[in-house]
Design a protein around this ligand. Structure first.
Ligand code: WTA
Length: 666
């Protein structure tokens, strides 16, 4: 806590609190992959050919004819008629120089210390054997293969094996329910599944095959299933059925097999990813081979500054897009060492992540604001016990990061010597879109930064006109980019409706009339730095004023003693909507009237009396989706005293009733 810190730390804290702009550390700039700020102008003047720089990071069987075919917007095609294979690009081509270097550094749950350092040569062998086994099971080019696995090495290996034989994968996050698995398999007509017997969580074995089988019972067609044995003797003793095959047996039967990588067209589908959409049918986001792989490689190199000799650590789960793009495809395309961690950051102790970074001498850490807020809540003493000096760059993704958490990350994890890159992007964009380039741009905590070179991002009003600097509007992307989704699987119309209809002239075949709308609110400052305010469905309207719930949350989290906050709109007779704030406090702080007053004051100070919370509810937890996103809609339901419907898909369903009991009782 601040009052126990030595005097120089207090001074430093005060200075940090004031500072709004941070220059990239010189030691970083000296070695950065890109340092020439001319890149912005150069890309703008040479668009779309500038994106040859992404294609140039890949190895091709046949060169492409055209960088961009925009003749049928919004169905853009990139690097047309080029031929390549993603598995070749992520594995084979590194063998000449890096066969003995580690490709995947797998750190298992501490319980059985089943760590594996998988070299490129070993990865090549196992990907080939898996590809041969899948082919023998009947998997053909363009068959969708579903994967329902936690953070075990067989997951990226299976993804690369599929890429090798031209079978798109559809990874379903292992924490999702049986029903979610079935819905996705049915939607994609997927006849193949890779899963596992179970896995460890905080030292205890979990039965995953039972959940898998429950899901399979609801799949409308026959499925061949491959089961990885993760638990060994800790397993649950399931007998495999006739259409269930043991992964190790299959690989043993294909020992030493090699499979020629299939020459895929640039625009052939690499994978499908269903977004966890809180309502309605999940959206099957389709990504293609060249544009996606080029985009992830380019952004991994330039925004995350990854080099082949790095030991790069992204703490996301491969079941989400961040893990696809920034644990598997981007890093492996560059031939670096990518770490993957099976466990949680606080098991067996709150030092786990820092101990791993120290032990493996990780050079980058890419994590999410929600994790950083937990680290803050636990306290700086845990990272302080470890030598984190191997870190060169820190990154965040997933939601806006409030300046206080940014500065904590910068100071306590980066030792003020690592740039922090705040990367705004989505499942649909394939990779980063708005972020500083760490060797070029100054950083402004809370603002993701300028759009990447070659991207035309504008903040517009409801009519699509650009808003003035400082005013809230809607984030739009006015020109296509290689990593973009190509459509929603089997649903071109929904693709247009969800992402384009809002700001495009949808009867036009001139690509200038088409504007991509990611459904985020944002504002831009005089330097062109973009602050993302959150999903526009999270914007609330208080007395005719539009307020970003994220902005209010940021203000609340800025109050000393607050760990996390979620703000929603509740109906209000006079104001239309009023601000309801749900707040988690740091350990050692109490939900007193005094604290409530400080929170209200913090919001009034940061935004104005208009954003003053009607109610502040202290709670030990917030309802979160399995992916860790706060379920604001549920909180809105509580604030408005509505029926809440099914809450069983939450990470923590019990917290809902607890919060409901506390809302409106003071
Ligand atoms: C939000 C995750 C602010 C945003 C890669 C977006 C962010 C949604 C940031 C996509 C960031 C992601 N700052 N907001 N740096 N990164 N978001 O598809 O609302 O899981 O639309 O992709 O997360 O979430 P998704």
């Amino acid at each position: 806590m601040a009052d126990e810190e030595p005097a120089d730390d207090v001074e430093l804290e005060a200075r940090l609190a004031e500072q709004e702009v941070f220059e990239p550390p010189e030691s970083f700039v000296e070695q950065a992959n890109v340092t020439d700020e001319g890149i912005y102008e150069e890309f703008e003047g040479n668009w779309p050919e500038c994106w040859e720089s992404a294609a140039d990071l890949l190895s091709w069987y046949e060169d492409y004819d055209q960088v961009l075919d925009d003749s049928n917007p919004p169905f853009y095609e990139w690097f047309t008629d080029g031929k390549l294979n993603a598995s070749y690009n992520c594995v084979d081509r590194h063998l000449d120089e890096r066969a003995d270097e580690v490709a995947l550094e797998w750190i298992g749950e501490p319980v059985d210390e089943a760590n594996r350092s998988i070299t490129y040569e070993e990865l090549h062998r196992e990907v080939n054997e898996a590809a041969a086994a899948l082919r023998d099971l009947g998997v053909g080019e363009d068959d969708v293969v579903t994967m329902y696995m936690p953070m075990i090495p067989q997951l990226p290996i299976a993804m690369l094996a599929c890429a090798r034989i031209g079978a798109p994968h559809s990874v379903v996050f292992a924490g999702f329910s049986a029903e979610a698995l079935a819905t996705r398999m049915n939607a994609a007509d997927s006849e193949y599944l890779l899963t596992c017997d179970g896995y460890y969580r905080r030292g205890d074995p979990l039965d995953h095959l039972d959940k898998t089988n429950e899901g399979l019972a609801d799949v409308e067609h026959d499925v061949e299933t491959v089961v990885v044995d993760r638990l060994g003797s800790d397993g649950f003793g399931h007998e495999l059925t006739d259409d269930q095959h043991d992964y190790d047996d299959l690989l043993a039967a294909h020992e030493g097999a090699t499979v020629e990588p299939v020459e895929r067209d640039a625009e052939d589908m690499l994978f499908l990813m269903y977004t966890s959409g809180t309502t309605g049918e999940p959206k099957g986001v389709k990504h293609t081979t060249a544009g996606y792989l080029g985009w992830t490689a380019w952004t991994t190199k330039y925004a995350l500054d990854v080099k082949p000799d790095d030991t790069y650590f992204c703490s996301a789960d491969i079941g989400w897009i961040t893990g696809h793009s920034y644990i598997v495809y981007g890093p492996l395309a560059l031939g670096t060492t990518s770490m993957m961690y099976e466990g949680t950051p606080d098991y067996p102790t709150r030092e786990r992540l820092w101990q791993i970074i120290e032990e493996y001498e990780a050079t980058q850490l890419y994590t999410a604001p929600t994790a950083i807020r937990s680290f803050m809540k636990w306290g700086a003493e845990y990272p302080a016990n470890h030598d984190l000096s191997s870190l060169r760059l820190l990154a965040t993704v997933g939601e806006p990061i409030n300046p206080r958490a940014w500065k904590w990350y910068y100071k306590h994890i980066g030792g003020e010597e690592c740039p922090v890159v705040d990367t705004w992007w989505q499942t649909e964009t394939g990779g980063h879109m708005v972020t500083t380039l760490p060797g070029i741009n100054d950083m402004k905590p809370g603002s993701a930064g300028p759009p990447l070179p070659g991207l035309d991002v504008q903040i517009v009003d409801t009519h699509g006109e650009e808003v003035e600097a400082g005013r809230a509007g809607y984030l739009t992307v006015q020109k296509p980019w290689p990593g973009m989704l190509r459509t929603l699987y089997n649903n071109d119309q929904r693709f247009i409706d969800e992402y384009w209809a809002e700001y495009s002239e949808t009867d036009s075949d001139d690509s200038d009339d088409w504007v991509y709308f990611p459904e985020d609110g944002a504002k831009i400052d005089d330097d062109g730095y973009i602050t993302v305010l959150g999903r526009v469905d999270d914007v609330i309207n208080v007395s005719g004023h539009r307020l970003g719930t994220m902005e209010i949350e940021s203000a609340i989290v800025g109050v000393e003693g607050v760990a996390e906050a979620a703000v929603v709109g509740g109906e209000h007779d006079l104001k239309g909507e009023a601000v309801y704030a749900y707040v988690i406090l740091e350990e050692g702080h109490e939900g007193s009237d005094e604290m409530r007053a400080r929170i209200v004051e913090g919001v009034e100070d940061a935004i104005g009396p208009i954003a003053r919370p009607e109610e502040v509810v202290f709670t030990p937890e917030l309802p979160k989706t399995r992916s860790g996103k706060i379920m604001r809609r549920l909180l809105e339901g509580i604030a408005n005293e509505e029926e809440l419907g099914d809450t069983s898909t939450l990470q923590n369903p019990d917290v809902v009733e607890d919060i409901r009991g506390k809302t409106g009782d003071d």
